[in-house]
Each structure stands twice: as structure tokens, then as C-alpha cells.
Design a protein around this ligand. Sequence first.
Ligand code: SF4
Length: 240
Amino acid sequence: MRRAANPSGFAIDARAAAPPEPARDCPLCPRLVTYRSENAAAFPAYFNGPAPSFGPLTARLLIVGLAPGLHGANRTGRPFTGDYAGDLLYSTLLKFGFATGEYAASSDDGLSLVDAMITNAVRCAPPGNKPTPAEITTCRSFLRERILSLPRLEAIVCLGRIAHESALAALGVKSKAAPFAHGAEHGVAPGLSLFDSYHCSRYNTNTGRLTEAMFDEVFSAVKERLSTGGRISESGDERA
Ligand code: SF4
């Protein structure tokens, strides 16, 4: 695979013109393929496929979620669109200027992302919102290519521990070097910071594990990082 360095020095895939998205009928995870088929029969109007990443290829920020919700992104075909987690995520992105338009929980609501892209660690909806370790590993090839094909990437926000672990593995960074902690920022490559947040799920917000203020703080830190152009070193210099 041919690679080149982007302006920040982070290695990128020189084939970025072809976005690394799985095929609509990706066959790699048998259990999820079966689930897709069952859902296609039960909910024929739903998207029922790998939810494609959403946002411009020029994005400096990549947000990584876990997996499409059955009645959220699996229904609408756009990450975080149509379920509770999307309400908080998109309202926050609008607040911090990472989105423009109006979020109406539909893929045709006209909302656009600004300097940001949203993807998932696992692109197909898993039963019970729980992908298996093997499915996370298998789908990581797409996450890795997604990360590598964003030439201006400077920040990744991982929503939840699984997204965090998978993004680290995609980047070849050991978990011990960048342990998950809500609000933490890790330098994971030259010019690339990884920020952690608890997932903006209904469960986490209902239980108070994640408040709107806590979520705002994460995106405020990201905004500051991008606006100042200041970068922390790969060798550590984390802040929580
Ligand atoms: S989860 Fe990812 S690797 Fe598995 S079938 Fe879906 S798109 Fe393919």
C-alpha cells in the first residue's frame, strides 16, 4: 500500500480518492449479515446495511461511535441519526460549529457537517447493540482506512471505550499508552490527538454518567485544539 505524509506528518493512504467504506452487502461478519437479513425482512423500509461515514473528506475531526442502533442509523443510513444518541451528538456539533443546518433525525434533513466526519467502529447494527470482539476486529480494517484517508485529520473523538480501543488498535497504539478516560486527550501520532468521551447513549445520560456539560467540555477542548493548531506530542503530554 502506498502512503504519503499529510501536512501534520501523520501517514495517510495515497488512495484517499476512493473512500474506504465497506460494500453495501459486506459479507465479513456472518452473525451481522444474518441480523441484517432478519431486519430487512422485519423492517423493509430501513437502510439495513453498513452505515456509511458521514462528513467531508477534508475533515480535521473524526468522531468514532460504536455501531449503528437498530432503529437509528440502521434505519436512516446515517450515523447517529434517528435515535437518542444522535439528538445529543448533533445538537452538540451544531453548538460548536461542527455542523450547519437543522438536525431533524433524518438522513435527508439537509444537515451538513463542518470540518468533521462521523463513523462507527462497527458499521453494521449488532444484536443488542453489542458487537463481538471478532466483529470489532474485522470491521477495524474499514475504520483504519477511514482514519488513514483523511488527509487533514488532527483530532479523533472516541465515544466510549470500545471506539477508543478500536481506534488505538487501528493506529497501532497500545492501550497502556493511552488509557480510556472521559475528557482525556492523548497524542497518538504526530499532529493527531485522540479525545475520549463516554458514549452519548440514553443510558449514560439517564444515569448521569454523561451530562450535557461534560459532553460540551470534550468538544470545547477539541475546538480549542483545532483553532490554536497547538498539538501535543506523541510521547505523552496527556491531559484529562
Ligand atoms: S460490521 Fe463491518 S466488517 Fe462486519 S459485515 Fe458489517 S461492514 Fe462488514
